[in-house]
Design a protein around this ligand. Structure first.
Ligand code: CMC
Length: 427
């Protein structure tokens, strides 16, 4: 099938069909308005492919997620996060020497400019670390004015290195500021995840040695979050970048998009919900009933996904990592027990089964972050660290594509039709 035909009234137009490498088919409506005067209406872009992309493949019906063709299960089990960052950007896995050079480069940029520290201090101590992180990333555009041209390959390369490298320093410092502790400088003898853990949990009075169990689990979690094709924040990064905004500004917009509770902020909301369930013991079914009640705004956080109509493969891996980490640390978390009980009830409930609402990536990630010692409001920041290479890869792909146009959706205007201005005293 090469084309589709659409009949509107007595007119029939033919529309080309685009087929992806995994057999996904799309009707190309780029010329529809020009040819017919009609536009299309699609709330939340549920049925609209805005771009062609070779980065991440998801089959939501089968529960498949692959980065550049590699199954998420294999990468989560075997790869290093920076290896995955390279893969997402370049399209191929790095060779060992390439990975070593890339890792050295990322490591050597770990310091944040000393004067940027004052920016943290401009925030109230109660500020959410996601807001601080977004502002710091946005400010990077002012600190590196020579590296802003989106069409300059070397500028983009160095900005990419700085973002992946410094995001963990800025994230840890946003937490340190919050808890009134001195900032801890990056230790470049540590690997990426351990360096972050050290900056988070070390204090001058007491050295902290990152536990390899926790570092490895964090490496896996970063990989699981590294990209997820055209989600809310990646689309934001692309649309901001399509106006030729620099990489820092585009990524800062992505961080803001991620912060919402229906997107990355869900991991924080899940733990808050589970805590409430544990603190108010009783029938878990009561919460499930509330989630089903259309007159009650309550939703079961961590369930449902726009694309997955089956298990989110990331949730399955995280559930296992959570169990392993808790076992290895000898911890018993009532929140994990509650999560498993809730999952069991939901997977048997007709409302959730018929709507294909399964646990998503955020359902178990909060439980594991808690076990690692992270405070609740850092959970979404951890998501942002993991997603950084994905956002950058999406931004680059958009820029390198010669067919990219500025993102600018249409609307169906439903307001007043023309009327005359009566003057301030007119009636
Ligand atoms: N609890 C109860 N009902 C739900 C839930 C839920 N968590 N999620 C969806 N539904 C119902 C919804 O009310 C609707 O029912 P009906 O057909 O009777 O009107 C149906 O399921 C379809 O839902 P939708 O809102 O049209 O689905 P969507 O694709 O627009 O939204 C979602 C996807 C993830 C925003 C939504 O499922 C949700 O709010 N989940 C809870 C928040 C959450 O866990 N977000 C993290 C998403 S995964 C990570 C990420 O993207 O960052």
């Amino acid at each position: 099938m090469q084309e589709a035909s659409l009949t509107i009234g007595d007119r029939t137009v033919t529309l080309p069909i685009t087929v992806g490498s995994e057999g996904e088919m799309a009707i190309d409506i780029s010329n529809l308005r020009k040819e017919t005067g009609f536009t299309t209406f699609d709330r939340g872009f549920g049925n609209t492919a805005e771009t062609k992309s070779a980065i991440t493949f998801i089959d939501g019906e089968k529960g498949i997620l692959r980065y550049r063709g590699y199954p998420i299960e294999q990468l989560a089990e075997n790869a290093d996060f920076l290896e995955v960052a390279w893969l997402l950007s370049s399209g191929e896995l790095p060779t060992r020497p390439q990975l070593e050079t890339f890792t050295e480069e990322i490591t050597s940029h770990s310091l944040v400019r000393e004067d940027m520290k004052h920016l943290f201090e401009a925030f109230p101590h109660a500020a959410h670390p996601m807001q601080i992180l977004a502002s710091e990333v946005s400010a990077m555009a002012s600190y590196y004015p020579d590296a802003l041209n989106p069409n300059d390959e070397e500028a983009v390369r160095i900005s990419t290195t700085r973002l992946i490298s410094k995001v963990i320093t800025m994230a840890a410092w946003s937490y340190k500021y919050r808890v009134h502790q001195p900032y801890v400088y990056p230790r470049n003898d540590l690997d990426y995840s351990s360096r972050f853990l050290h900056m988070m949990f070390s204090v001058p009075a007491e050295e902290y040695e990152p536990d390899p169990v926790i570092s490895n689990a964090l490496n896996t979690l970063f990989i699981l979050h590294a990209d997820h094709e055209q989600n809310c924040s990646a689309s934001t990064v692309r649309i901001v970048g399509s106006g030729q905004a620099n990489l820092f500004s585009s990524i800062a917009s992505g961080i803001h998009a991620l912060s919402g509770p229906l997107h990355g902020g869900a991991n924080q909301s899940v733990v808050e919900m589970l805590t409430e369930m544990v603190e108010q013991p009783g029938d878990v079914g009561h919460w499930v009933e509330r989630a089903k009640d259309k007159d009650d705004p309550f939703r079961l956080m961590g369930f449902g996904h726009r694309v997955y109509r089956n298990f989110d493969p990331r949730a399955m891996i995280i559930k296992k990592v959570a169990q392993d980490v808790l076992d290895m640390l000898g911890l018993d978390d009532p929140l994990l027990d509650m999560a498993m009980e809730l999952e069991k009830i939901v997977l048997d409930d007709e409302y959730f089964v018929s709507r294909k609402l399964y646990p998503n990536v955020d359902f178990y990630s909060g439980v594991i972050y808690r076990a690692m010692g992270f405070p609740t409001d850092m959970f979404t920041v951890l998501f942002a660290i993991g997603r950084m290479p994905g956002w950058i890869a999406q931004w680059n792909e958009m820029h390198r594509d010669p067919t990219t146009r500025i993102g600018r959706p249409r609307q169906i205007y439903t307001g007043e039709t023309e009327r005359n201005y009566p003057g301030i005293d007119g009636s």
